[in-house]
Design a protein around this ligand. Structure first.
Ligand SMILES: [Zn+2]
Length: 198
């Protein structure tokens, strides 16, 4: 019998702060959240489901009153605020989420691999303990936190697939660069950005 490769769904930063109505909204964020909720609600077959959240207390230069939207950003994902919680589309499905990672308390943390769960266990440790070899990743934003998480995943030896239709970018221009960077690192990209709902 061929043993299937164990696969985790990694949902990056699907928080109201990054969706329309939040502090650092990505166009299409709410639609991505809704579609990831639909996927979770189904009998999806993933061996593990992990979420990450930007969870800033005092991340230093990551926040700036005059942000450049490349290295500095308006305040977002502030720990303890409602918009830093998981998106309302995911909350009713919390029972299907195996681990919740938080990152960026005192510094910028684009990659989910920089975060830990409530018990202080890192994402890499969690995946290793579950014997996960493949990661399918979705969430916000494609060209920043999804990209950095995927790049760290391949560096750590995981097979990584980005479910592009379950992501949205900050800008189309940085998304195009991100896609090339991901492909050259060996990350597989599946699908296209989904059509925006008007
Ligand atoms: Zn942040």
């Amino acid at each position: 019998m061929i043993k299937q490769i164990k696969t985790a769904l990694l949902i990056v930063d699907v928080q109201p702060t990054f969706c329309e109505g939040g502090s650092l909204p990505v166009d299409g964020g709410n639609l991505v959240a809704e579609r990831i909720g639909d996927l979770l609600a189904r009998d999806h077959g993933y061996d593990m489901v992990v979420t990450t959240q930007d969870w800033h207390i005092d991340p230093g230069k990551h926040f700036n009153q005059n942000p450049d939207f490349v290295n500095t950003w308006p305040r977002h994902g502030v720990a303890g605020t409602a918009e830093a919680e998981l998106h309302p589309s995911l909350v009713p499905l919390a029972g299907k989420i195996t681990f919740q990672i938080k990152k960026g308390e005192y510094e910028a943390a684009y990659s989910g691999f920089e975060g830990v769960d409530g018990g202080g266990t890192s994402l890499d440790e969690i995946l290793s303990m579950g014997n996960i070899k493949r990661i399918e990743t979705a969430g916000l934003a494609f060209d920043y936190c999804v990209k950095e998480t995927a790049l760290d995943g391949v560096k750590l030896g995981y097979e990584v697939i980005v479910l592009k239709s379950l992501t949205a970018p900050v800008s189309q221009e940085t998304a195009a660069h991100a896609e090339l960077e991901l492909q050259s690192a060996g990350v597989q990209i599946c699908g296209n950005f989904s059509e925006r709902r008007r």
